[in-house]
Ligand binder design. Structure first.
Ligand code: ZN
Length: 340
């Protein structure tokens, strides 16, 4: 193989339940890719093991040697210090706090490694290869289990002073709102993410005098029958998924529609803050919840329009992700080419 093969990287996206990975060239063409679920909820040493195995398999399956790889870019959930390559905190996995992931992986992989958070990686992927191509000031916002953002300013990722720029999920949109995992009240994440949908659906189910569901419950012993959410909840005991809420909403259930409209509206308020503060040319919305479609996204766009200064109207293109699950893998790998 010729020296042009030096232009290959490996991108690895470490999520809460899966490791997605790929080996690709500068145009974002995959030679080989993989996905595994074996490490879910594991401590760091097990995840490192899974990442090393993943990289070895990619090399073996593609016939590419280590010498032909420029480096490995890793995107990981949690607070990451980009400069030190340390996972500062991962709210779902306490074992990860202050774990030197980049250094550990460099030793094990014997390749240069770059580590960034999952939102930055996905933002970079969309900027280089997806819906953000050709933009200069771009924000990528996830509307998923959580709510995060990656910011590109003047065609460079903006990470902030301590690497936590873009934490839009913990901006307060209602100081009297529900308690957030961070200890504050009424964070955007308390309304606009999968967990928030679940909470709001349960609130609707409580059948208190003030809940919207009350008028559809008929005041009987059970709320069953009239709201689809109730039947969904009794089947799964506790958790009501976004898919279930979307299905109920699609069948016209008012409570479910209310939940989606509320989540969409707050997400739109979050987007309005982004437009107001950063004046991007493009905002890309990604993450699993966006698949719900207009029932969620129409209230979002409406709220965005209502909450920005008229001078900023139509200043930013609002686009859906083009790369979806590939954004994190492609972005993490492509960050190797951005090394200072
Ligand atoms: Zn919070």
């Amino acid at each position: 193989m010729g020296s042009e093969m030096k232009d290959l990287v490996i991108g690895i996206d470490i999520g809460g339940t899966k490791i997605a990975a790929g080996l690709f060239d500068r145009q974002g063409n995959f030679l080989v890719r993989s996905i595994s679920h074996s490490h879910a909820g594991c401590p760091p040493d097990r995840v490192v093991e899974a990442v090393v195995q993943t990289a070895d398999s990619l090399l073996a399956d593609s016939g590419v040697t280590r010498e032909q790889i420029e480096g490995v870019g890793v995107g990981c959930a949690g607070h990451i210090n980009f400069d030190s390559g340390v996972v500062l905190a991962n709210s779902n996995l306490p074992d990860w706090n202050f774990y030197p992931l980049r250094e550990t992986l460099e030793k094990r992989l014997e390749l240069p490694v770059i580590l960034d958070n999952d939102a930055n990686s996905a933002a970079w992927g969309e900027f280089r290869f997806g819906a953000g191509r050709g933009s200069r000031n771009m924000c990528y916002v996830t509307f998923s289990t959580g709510c995060g953002m990656g910011i590109v300013i003047d065609s460079k990722l903006y990470r902030g002073t301590t690497g936590t720029a873009g934490e839009i999920g913990h901006t307060v949109v209602n100081p009297e709102g529900p308690l957030c995992s961070c200890g504050k009240r009424g964070c955007l994440m308390s309304y606009a993410c999968g967990m928030a949908l679940d909470r709001m659906a349960h609130e609707c189910l409580q059948c208190n005098e003030n809940t919207l569901l009350k008028s559809f419950c008929g005041g009987g012993l059970q709320c069953g029958g009239n709201t689809l959410l109730k039947s969904v909840a009794s089947e799964v005991q506790e958790h009501i998924s976004a898919e279930e809420i979307a299905e109920a909403a699609g069948r016209g259930d008012p409570a479910a529609l209310h939940v989606l409209a509320t989540a969409g509206r707050y997400f739109g308020i979050g987007l309005s803050t982004i437009v107001q503060v950063l004046n991007p040319d493009t905002i890309i919305i990604g993450g699993g919840l966006t698949h719900i479609g207009p029932l969620l996204l129409d209230p979002c766009i409406q709220a965005l329009k209502e909450n920005i200064h008229p001078v900023l109207a139509d200043s930013a293109r609002i686009l859906l992700s083009e790369l979806w699950n590939d954004a994190g893998v492609l972005g993490a790998g492509a960050l190797i080419w951005e090394k200072p």
